[in-house]
Design a protein around this ligand. Structure first.
Ligand SMILES: Cc1cc2nc3c(=O)[nH]c(=O)nc-3n(C[C@H](O)[C@H](O)[C@H](O)COP(=O)(O)OP(=O)(O)OC[C@H]3O[C@@H](n4cnc5c(N)ncnc54)[C@H](O)[C@@H]3O)c2cc1C
Length: 294
């Protein structure tokens, strides 16, 4: 394995100081479950890694101003145990099928975002929940919709001197989340892999919807592993908004979602199969989310 220096700052300010050297060969290190694999495989060659392990400001989940604020260094296992997640079904389901217990104890949510893999499991549900990310540097804090963060496979809008500090998630049922009394919200997630655990997604689908009587008041559909970056199926959402939840509308939305994505052939599956599975699972996740609403 290539040599690198490891910095172990004790707080956020020291971590940001280290990154402010603004050297492109310096990179954050969270759980290392992607980064160390990438270094071994020669996909990454940092001279310096800044470990976030001791940076307590980046850990934990809090509730503030109508949003859940998730520290980027929160592990998937910590995330899974948190009671607030019960209200974010799609995220809980994604964390539940993430890798294996050993990786879940180490891998972080910020690392999943930082890796910017099109197949990263937490990203479709975060997109479906309209998550925003808080990027911090020595001099600035900026909030960005997660949907704008991914530029290409493994490329993000993060500046070299920035860290993803927290993820902001709206809380269903919170006053600022504007839910009408006659409607309710629900979400669902599915990951299709070649086996039940420790599998890289062939496709993944996350759906969030808000019901109003027999109509879909609002809906968000997000797809993983079928485009250069995790994506929202914008047209598939549009045709459902304000419409009756019925067979025809579901079928059409699922068809459009599979048209909107641009999967590739790889060793896990053919592009054509991925497109067909998107149609199947978009429809199933819409049905599943709907069945949880009242
Ligand atoms: C055996 C195995 C199974 C896996 N299974 C899955 C799976 O089922 N689903 C899945 O989605 N992934 C899986 N992965 C990939 C990996 O575990 C995840 O992507 C994980 O979330 C990465 O988190 P980490 O904390 O280990 O990140 P690291 O490896 O430390 O970092 C990943 C990237 O994010 C950057 N980064 C980390 N933290 C921050 C931050 N706060 N701000 C800015 N940039 C940051 C790093 O610089 C690096 O570029 C698996 C990996 C292994 C080895």
């Amino acid at each position: 394995m290539r040599d690198f220096d490891l910095l172990q700052p004790k707080n956020l300010s020291d971590a940001l100081d280290a990154l402010a050297q603004n050297n492109s060969a310096i990179r954050p290190l969270a759980g290392g479950t992607d980064m160390l694999v990438d270094i071994r495989a020669k996909r990454a060659a940092p001279d310096v890694l800044v470990s976030l392990q001791n940076v307590s400001e980046l850990r934990g989940i809090t509730r503030e101003n109508g949003a859940l604020k998730i520290g980027a260094a929160t592990t998937i296992a910590e995330f899974l145990k948190h009671p607030e997640l019960a209200k974010h079904d799609a995220l809980r389901q994604a964390a539940y099928v993430f890798a294996n217990p050993m990786i879940r104890n180490t891998a972080t949510i910020g690392g999943n975002i930082g890796s910017a893999s099109p197949a990263a499991d937490m990203l479709p549900p975060l997109l479906a929940f309209d998550a925003q990310i808080e990027l911090v540097s020595q001099n600035e804090t900026r909030l960005m919709p997660l949907s704008e963060f991914f530029l290409a496979p493994r490329k993000t809008a993060r500046h070299a001197n920035e860290l993803v500090a927290r993820i902001h998630l709206p809380i269903p049922g919170d006053a600022s989340f504007v839910v009408r009394p006659s409607s309710s919200v629900a979400s669902a997630f599915y990951k299709l892999g070649l086996r039940q655990a420790d599998a890289i997604s062939i496709v993944s689908v996350a759906v969030w919807l808000q019901r109003d009587g027999e109509k879909i008041r609002d809906v968000r559909i997000a797809l993983g592993a079928v485009a250069p970056r995790p994506m929202r199926a914008i047209r598939a959402q549009e045709i459902l908004r304000g419409e009756i939840f019925n067979e025809t509308n579901l079928k059409e939305s699922a068809r459009i979602a599979s048209e909107e994505c641009s999967p590739i052939d790889d060793l896990r599956a053919r592009a054509n199969y991925r497109g067909r599975m998107i149609a199947v699972y978009v429809r199933r996740m819409l049905e599943q989310a709907w069945s949880k609403t009242q």
